[in-house]
Write a protein of this length. Structure first.
Length: 147
């Protein structure tokens, strides 16, 4: 049975590490969301921009904040050795998140009739899940390195 106990111990360590990453990424994302939402609100309410254009600009600003906090405080393992290449991949995954964000906002506002900030909350939850899973799997999970 020693193999089973080691396996269970390893699973426990993995679960704790994953929980720490989800929690840390959640906090980093909350800061990034604050930046994103503040810029979105300002561009729509003060500058009169269309919400989809404003959400694109605000989302990119939030993604830059998320990357900085993620590599500094959240993820310890990196698949890509080059930070420049890693940042490029992080942004590319962010584009997937941007599509999820825009689609969710469109549906929530246009089809469901939610308000802007309610829709932003729904979009943020969808985007958080998509980005965390893709970024952790493709960039930051401990297993392989490249680039």
């Amino acid at each position: 049975m020693p193999t089973l106990s080691v396996t269970l111990r390893e699973q426990g360590l993995f679960a704790r590490a994953l929980f720490r990453e989800v929690l840390g990424y959640g906090m980093a994302s909350a800061v990034a969301l604050g930046v994103d939402a503040a810029i979105l609100k300002a561009l729509v309410a003060l500058a009169g921009w269309h919400y989809l254009l404003a959400s694109t600009v605000s989302f990119i600003a939030g993604a830059a904040v998320a990357y900085g906090l993620s590599v500094r405080f959240v993820f310890r393992s990196h698949h890509v050795k080059s930070r420049t290449l890693e940042f490029g991949y992080f942004l590319a995954i962010g584009l997937v998140g941007l599509l999820v964000n825009a689609a969710t906002l469109s549906v929530a506002i246009g089809a469901v009739g939610l308000g802007l900030m309610q829709s932003k909350l729904v979009a943020a939850l969808c985007t958080f899940t998509t980005n965390f899973l893709l970024r952790r799997t493709l960039l930051f999970s401990p297993s392989r390195t490249s680039g």
